[in-house]
Design a protein around this ligand. Structure first.
Ligand SMILES: NC(=O)c1ccc[n+]([C@@H]2O[C@H](COP(=O)([O-])OP(=O)(O)OC[C@H]3O[C@@H](n4cnc5c(N)ncnc54)[C@H](O)[C@@H]3O)[C@@H](O)[C@H]2O)c1
Length: 468
């Protein structure tokens, strides 16, 4: 399928912009699309319709920081013009160039600030091809009618596999042996080396990573306990425990997979380490703030904790090659001197598979928004979607109306729509921003422009796009 949705926003950020976009097929959730694709050969299944743009300006996308070529292909297959750069862009350069683009894809180094957003006259959507969205001023983007998409869970499997490898490495101390051999030391020993079969793994935080890890650990013959603030259906034979202290005292290996929150700050400190079994191991691949590292150093030095693996730190170097030393974290040299402690530079999610999945997920989300208006999965926007307009509905038009979240908007919009049959309509709000999607039947080509103009003139309008 090839299409060229056209978006011609007409105003500045502050004056509230308007875009008309006429798009091809419409999909709703990814699962629905998959289902539709798998049913495609069946003659009696209703097909989504493909439409053509009424405006001629090509949609342009700026991709920075070497985003995957698969994402480039996805956008180009929609007929969009892609500028693909390997480096990040600083604020001044972005301010100069962003005005030409309807979409931008970044990773973590490019900052999308308020100044950038104010210069982004045509910008419809931002894709963060990474886990976090801290690099974007989410509130300003939302108020400008620009949803931001990211890929928070694409690397869960990569982290879970790293943890499995760390459990075995700690139990067998082979990274120490390898280090010694490189120094010319032959040190064959079995003292303090264990199989992991039959040992107990305690997982703190049973979300995307914790639950994935649970399945892998059981395949290795481990028993799994987990602690989470919500009640979660255990996978396999894993068992949820009521308190963190019972998890700590019952586990041979403890691994942490919670988000960074005020409640999780230093959640593993001296008291919790003392509650762990003597000779147990601690693994932290979550966030640097959740373990009190000076307390961990003491617990390893005393021999109470037999070893640890740490992938995340309170302060991390900004670039490869930058020092990891006492100036960055005052305990760094003490930590680095400990035996049987694996230190890695925040590589938990760093695999080619994870990068590829991030590319697929974020380019898919951007495409669904630009073509069909769906904001499902947006980090800063109300999540709204509608089921497909089909090929049997040639004169249907989809209205995507981003507006200020204030009373009376729906009345104004529905007044404009009242001469038409509104086939389906859904709206939601998040903070100051609200988003309405509506599919209207039997709209003539002349009416498309009139409808767009009337809705974009309503008092709370931020951005109105029409897709048909
Ligand atoms: N090392 C890396 O490269 C890397 C990569 C990806 C994710 N992460 C980090 O891993 C962590 C977990 O990620 P995820 O995708 O599994 O998150 P998730 O949101 O899917 O799961 C987190 C789980 O923690 C639970 N939780 C929250 N507060 C808790 C508390 N106080 N006590 C116990 N449980 C609590 C939640 O209920 C949830 O089930 C995050 O901090 C994330 O930033 C690190």
């Amino acid at each position: 399928m090839s299409s060229s949705p056209v978006a011609i926003p007409s105003s500045s950020y502050s004056a509230i912009h308007v875009a008309v976009s006429i798009s091809p097929t419409r999909g709703s959730l990814a699962q629905e699309s998959l289902l539709r694709n798998s049913l495609a050969p069946l003659a009696n299944v209703r097909q989504p319709k493909v439409l053509h743009p009424i405006e001629n300006e090509d949609l342009r996308i700026l991709l920075l920081e070497n985003i995957s070529l698969d994402a480039v292909k996805t956008f180009e297959s929609n007929g969009w013009r892609v500028d693909h750069l390997s480096k990040a862009m600083n604020e001044d350069d972005l301010v100069k160039r962003i005005g030409q683009y309807h979409a931008i894809g970044i990773r973590s180094k490019t900052k999308i600030t308020e100044r950038v957003i104010k210069a982004a006259f045509k910008l419809l959507v931002i894709g963060c091809f990474c886990i976090g969205v801290n690099q974007v001023d989410l509130v300003t983007a939302g108020k400008a009618g620009i949803p931001v998409f990211n890929s928070p869970f694409s690397n869960s499997r990569s982290v879970a596999e790293l943890v499995i490898s760390e459990i075995i490495a700690l139990a067998r101390q082979y990274f120490e042996r390898s280090f010694e051999m490189r120094q010319g030391i032959w040190n064959k020993q079995s003292n303090g080396c264990w199989e992991i079969r039959g040992k107990t793994l305690g997982i703190i935080g049973y979300g995307h990573i914790g639950s994935q890890l649970s399945v892998l650990a059981e395949a290795f013959g481990m028993r799994v306990l987990f602690y989470d603030v919500v009640n979660i259906m255990p996978l396999g034979s894993a068992r949820q425990v009521e308190s963190m202290s019972s998890l700590l005292s019952g586990s041979d290996f403890v691994t942490i997979h919670v988000p960074e929150l005020p409640e999780t700050m230093n959640m593993i400190s001296g008291i919790q380490l003392a509650q762990m079994k003597k000779g147990a191991y601690l693994i932290n691949n979550a966030r640097g703030s959740v373990v009190d590292i000076p307390a961990l150093i003491k617990a390893v030095q005393s021999g109470h904790i037999a070893g640890a693996a740490v992938d995340v730190f309170p302060h991390e170097p900004g670039a490869n090659g930058a020092p990891f030393d006492d100036q960055l974290n005052q305990w760094a040299s003490e930590l680095c001197a400990l035996k049987n402690v694996i230190l890695t530079p925040h590589i938990g999610g760093s695999t080619e598979e994870a990068q590829r999945m991030i590319g697929e997920e974020v380019s898919g989300a951007l495409t669904r928004y630009l073509n069909f208006g769906s904001t499902v999965g947006a980090a800063n926007f109300p999540e709204v979607d509608l089921r497909a307009i089909t090929a049997e509905q040639p004169d249907h038009v989809r209205i995507c109306h981003v507006h200020i979240n204030q009373p009376g908007v729906l009345r104004q919009v529905n007044e404009v729509l009242s001469p038409y049959n509104v086939e389906k309509q859904y709206s939601d709000s998040k903070g100051d921003v609200a988003y309405l999607m509506a599919d209207i039947a039997d709209v003539s080509p002349q009416d498309v422009n009139r409808l767009r103009e009337m809705i974009s003139k309503t008092s709370a309008n931020i951005l109105t796009r029409l897709l048909a």
